[in-house]
Write a new protein. Sequence first.
Lengths: 340, 618
Amino acid sequence: MKNRLALVFASLFTVLLLALLVAFNHQKPRVLILHSFSETGPWETAVNTGIQRELARNRRPIAVRWRYMSFSGDMSPAQWAAAGRRNQGAVDSWEPDVLVAIGEEAQVYVGRHYAGRPGPRLVYAMGEDPASFGYTTAGNVTGVHEALPLAQIVELLRHLGRPALRIRALGIDDPTGQAEGQQVRSFDWGPHRLLGVDLVDDFEAWQAAVHAAARDTDVLLVLSTGGLPGGPEDPAETDRLFVADWTERESKPLVIGVRESFVAGGGALAVIPSPYGLGEQAARKALDVLASIRNRTPLPSPEVSLEFQIALRPARLAARGIQLPALYAQAARASQSLYD
Amino acid sequence: MSLTQAEIATALRECPLLAACTPQEHARLLAAAQCCEFPAGTDIIRAGEPADHYYRILDGAAELITAQARRTLGPGDDLGAEALADAPAGQARHLATARAMTAVSALRLPRSALTAPAARDPRIRSGALLGLAARLGELPPPDTQAPAPKAPAPLPLKQRIGWVATLTLPLLAWYAGGHLGLPQHSAVYLGLFTMTALMWLFSLVDEYIPPIIAVVAMLFIDLVPAQVALHGFYSRTFLLLLGVYALSAVLVSSGLAYRVMLGILARLPDSPFWHRSALTAFGFVLSIVMPSSNARLALLLPLYREMDDSLAAPAHSREATGLMIATFTGATLFSPLLLTAKSSNLAAFTMLPIQVRQEFQGIWWLVGAGVVAVGLLACHLLAMRFLFRADTPRRALPAERIAGQIAVLGRLRPQEWVAALAFLLFLGGAAVPQWHQSQPAWLAGFVLASLLALGLFDKRGFQTGIDWPLIFFLLALDGLTQAIHYLGLTEVMIDTVGHRFDWIGGQLGWFILLALAVTLLLRLALPLTAGMILSATLLMPIGMDQGIHPWVVLFLTSLFSDIWFMPHQNSSFQQVLAGGLRARCDETLFFHYAWWLNPLRVVLAYASIPYWRWLGLY
């Protein structure tokens, strides 16, 4: 046993050290990252990889917590609302300096609740229009708007060897589809021509739209397919990989997806917003917000995520008689989205 | 007689035999203790019956009946001490009968309740059995009173200053770092590092504790991620250390190490030079698998004593001193010359770039240290041959007795065969990794797994044969140094240093001078392992910036960290002090020899420059 005085000193040291460490942890900036869906989703995993890549570059101690609103994509509105209340409770009790809300549901059920209010600064990362959540007028909100890489799709179409193509977009009639459809409509497709954006309610309508597109369309742009019900009598979600495979097989026009799941399911080609890039940008934005709090400077401005990836299934593309420059295959290989 | 629990507790506390029990053991005994009543004329214990209980008489008188005599016992006397014998259950039996002369009240404790305290503190068992033997032999009972606790020594002034400094200076360092423009994470690290250094400097706690505190603190506040702070725990060093320690423990416990020592003595010519060479040679062999000079010395000192007793050189003579020096140097001389000879070599090894690690993990470390190794060994052997000649006619080493000792050991036992094979496997694998196409660390892991599977290294050996505090110390130190790189402090350091080391100009000669100065300075304050690792941490970026080969930087810190002037700088010296240095040796001569080796190390480092150039290391 130690000498009594040594014991007093050692106890004092231990208590002081613990007090300092705890005090340090309390004053450490807090970042709460809130995902709309589950931890195991491939898109969420990719976004997290990007976030962690950016956070790994940070050396200033910060406390980071991760939360996921749902365990699956198959949740009723009541369940979403309950998940929203739970996560608002988590935000209120932990009191983060920055709340990073990723995906539409995280904005609907949690994020917008804090827009324009004292409390956490909000960093959004989503494909929807920030104005629809009241973010553009709120002083405590910034973020990253995930834009569909439509300019890159136009560039890709040049390699098809036809000067003007007729393009049609097909998506689901839900907030995500509507936001994506809005981006497609407002984009300048010249020299090509956008015939229209078809947003459908279920897979039966989807099948009909794909068949109808054969009449007048050269390129069918497939938007997000997650959450597509089977039919009017079948509310269960149709497997998005099945939707992709079916669409690629049945569509006469060339199909270009905007999500990797389209090629993963059997599609030939997709030009997709990079979830890694979105994660990196969102995390960088959160760190910038922390710096702005520290330095008492205005919040950084919102930005648009322009990073994209190519996903490719060369065999299916070849079956359509299309050959793209090797650059595309190599880009897909580099982002691990080249499917044999 | 009915006693309350408080009275039973008092009776237990007053029992001299149980005075050495801890409060926790007393609490457990209280749960097991019972008060018993014996009417006059009944037997309390009977000779030959199992000794399942121990009794302490509280009231009344009893008669102890043996074949030779009868003895009256009263309050305060005990019965049934045989219950404390270390024998299998049921085999401990009473050696005498005790009969109540009047109504007797006694406190009864079951044998099972006494097993744990008796195993923990041998004084309890030996006290009971000595008392029993005295009673049966009709001698006065021994005094089993526990020695009165010593008044604790006042806290030395150095430690008082140390604690005050540790409580204040890290905070100041943190505060000052922040105000001098260091980023927050660097200032926090500076505070934690100051804390660690102060605790080492003032020896406030054991050497291995401060880096553990620092690593835990870094994790607690997320200063660095776990994969950085705990980097050492999943590095190859961890398994290498475990394997080497297991091998070293098995070499000793199997008896092979002692047999080899006797074998070397028996085969070498009987002259002082060869006696000393034998000790040095054995020190070298041990250095291959024992990463601690203290452990090597612990093994060599008994052999030294046997030799010293046999040779009977006069105390403080040159011959007696030479033998001790040979023992000490045998254990310490090779520390920087082999990767596995020094734990800090293994810990600092992770600082090297991966290709350098791969190159120097086997025999190449010794090859790189060739000039220093040959120089140190040659000078040492020459000194042993010519400087420590016998002043008086000497006695011969008893060859007959050594042969007898080897004969007693008999043929090699299976354990020794396995230990020898494991040693050769590790040695061969480290020297020539081409044949197994793996890393020596993984080979060390295989040796560990094999020794465990064969039962040579059992659970107890795993717990006690491995120096866990040292392993945690080394791996926590690794976390501290990894954090320096992770937090970008290396760059900060180089930026701060700026062009101050441009005078080195890539010249190894100048760098050796810098390495010597830095290492000596740190070693003045810090213990060997911490001193060497911190020197390597500071010198590695400077050396690499100057184009010095990283292994050379590491080797120089290892070589120079062995330089010592004051007794507190060398824990092995404390060991030989306890091993009879002052009684047998000329201490001045011993120190002169140890100090003479210091400049020799520096000279040999310079002498290595052309050799390193030839090897392509410079």
